[in-house]
Design a binder for this molecule. Structure first.
Ligand code: MF3
Ligand code: CO
Length: 290
């Protein structure tokens, strides 16, 4: 870490003097670092302006998911969802962040039942009564990324699957409750994992959340299977996603060989996911998308 003079302008770009801005913050981080903890890099700490940029992006992200909620149902194809996400995002001045991202061909991920994530919308894929589907929307607006996903129950859904959807949502809420400065990402992860396990479910290990904002996927990698007191220290200004994938059966997954994207459960049992983008504040957290 670069040493700064007390009266130098702060590294965060606020224009304030270092001593009245992030000096105590840096001392605190250093203290944790000396104890052997993983600590956030300066580049992971967003300014107020940057967080406002992510919030503006989130306005589109949320509006798009609200619109999906209104049109989704039995008989709707996942391509129709893709069209809506694409057109509405562009109409509002944004871009769908997944489109052409590392070759992903569509504007949204739609993941039904045993599909864990990264399902590719298709005009051949028709939603039917009893399906549970995750719609994952990522938005780029004026240089800022936002990312969130929701589960939808299509028509009458079995009590078993409805419970999976509900418990997964609760997992995100339990995780959020642990988001505050000077807690660890592992505190959040353990809260998520404990709740899933208590309900007889497993949490996917190999795919997780991520820092987000200036890039679609930033450091740190955010796991939901790590232990309290471990992983990166949380500090005000960090922005990341909480997006656990919770499986009814095994946590083992595989990627579809044919399309190179679709992730499925190894045992074919259903999987659910909810995703929020969250900022660590001075007091606790603020949800930017839901
Ligand atoms: N939206 C997903 C996430 O939560 C990322 C999808 S990347 C894609 O991180 F290429 F598969 F779309
Ligand atoms: Co994400």
């Amino acid at each position: 870490m670069e040493k700064m003079g007390r009266n130098d302008p702060c590294w965060c770009g606020s224009g304030k003097k270092y001593k009245t801005c992030h000096m105590l913050f840096d001392e605190k981080i250093h203290h944790y670092e000396l104890q052997g903890h993983i600590v956030p890099k300066r580049r992971m700490i967003k300014s107020k302006e940057q967080i406002q940029g992510i919030k503006d992006s989130s306005v589109i992200n949320i509006a798009v998911l609200d619109a999906v909620e209104k049109m989704i149902g039995p008989g709707v194809t996942t391509q129709q969802i893709d069209d809506l996400v694409h057109d509405m995002t562009v109409d509002m001045g944004g871009l769908p962040a997944t489109l052409n991202y590392e070759g992903f061909p569509k504007s949204v991920c739609t993941s039904i039942d045993e599909v864990v994530c990264h399902g590719i919308p298709s005009s051949e894929e028709i939603l039917k009564e009893g399906d549970i589907v995750n719609v994952d929307v990522s938005t780029l607006y004026k240089g800022y990324y936002s990312d969130s996903s929701r589960m939808f129950c299509i028509g009458e859904v079995s009590a078993e699957k409805r419970k999976l959807v509900q418990v997964t949502k609760e997992c995100v809420e339990k995780g959020l409750a642990m988001v505050k400065p000077w807690n660890f990402l592992g505190d959040m992860a353990q809260a998520v994992n404990d709740h899933a396990k208590a309900n007889g479910y497993s949490v996917v290990v190999d795919i997780g959340g991520h820092g987000v904002g200036l890039e679609f996927h930033e450091e740190p990698f955010v796991s939901y299977v790590t232990k309290a007191g471990t992983e990166m220290l949380m500090a005000p200004g960090m922005v990341f996603t909480i997006e656990p994938m919770v499986n009814m059966g095994t946590c083992e997954i595989y990627i579809d060989d044919d399309d190179g994207w679709t992730v499925r459960t190894e045992d074919g049992k259903p999987s659910a996911q909810w995703e929020v983008t969250v900022a660590v504040t001075d007091e606790g957290y603020e949800i930017l998308t839901y």
